[in-house]
Write a protein that binds this ligand. Sequence first.
Ligand code: Z5A
Length: 227
Amino acid sequence: MNGKLIVFEGVEGAGKTTQLNHLHQWLQQDPDFQDLQQQGLIPEVIVTREPGGTPLGKALRSLLLGQAEYGAIADHTELLLYAADRAQHLAEVIRPALAAGSWVLCDRYVDSTVAYQGYGRGLSLSLIETLNHIATQGIASDLTLWLKLNADTGLTRSRQRGTLDRIEQATHDFHRRVQRGFESLAAAHQHRIVSINAEGSVDAIAQHIQTLVKRRLKTWYGHHLKT
Ligand code: Z5A
């Protein structure tokens, strides 16, 4: 694939959406990135998320995160719905964008399933790996920014924002297990997953991410850059 897939991960309220939007805006002003776009090497920057990055995915998202309209969702049902959302997202959005050379900035991806359904719900990690592989057809992120924030702090931030969705309402223990999942993933995939301290100010975190991405730009496209 010619394009790049950059994923934001972390517990609720870690600041993923905030930082993804900051990075998107910064790319539109960065001279190196602009230069690559003008050369036609990066046609577009796509901003998307899981669940809900396609029209079908939006319907799945409202089933997954909506209130208990259909009663409790069994753990394996939940896992399969996230896998279905991802398979559609890959086919309709991510794979075509990467094939065209575009960048995809994605709010959550496969590591969320490992952390939430694997560590959080206790489902089989090897089953999750198989489903992730089927859904992604082996497309891994080029860079995953794990916004590392204490799970309780993240939940407090989400609570201040208003009503909680179905998963946000899970127990604190569940969210701490999810956090342990992200910690294990980051330790196991140190090249792909970069840990970002998400306790600081929005601006300080954004600057840290820009420095990292700037460095990756040089690694990925160095011979095309003027500077
Ligand atoms: N899920 C799953 O279980 N399995 C899967 O495979 C996938 C997902 C793909 C997605 O919901 C849910 O699906 C999620 C996991 C599960 N669980 N839940 N709930 P979502 O996309 O709606 O929720 P989220 O990903 O957790 O997003 P969020 O709660 O909106 O968090 P965020 O994007 O990380 O944070 P934010 O929106 O940027 O910021 C949250 C608040 O904090 C907001 O008021 C900000 O202004 C504030 N904020 C942000 N940064 C800071 C800093 N640095 N300091 C202080 N305050 C800040």
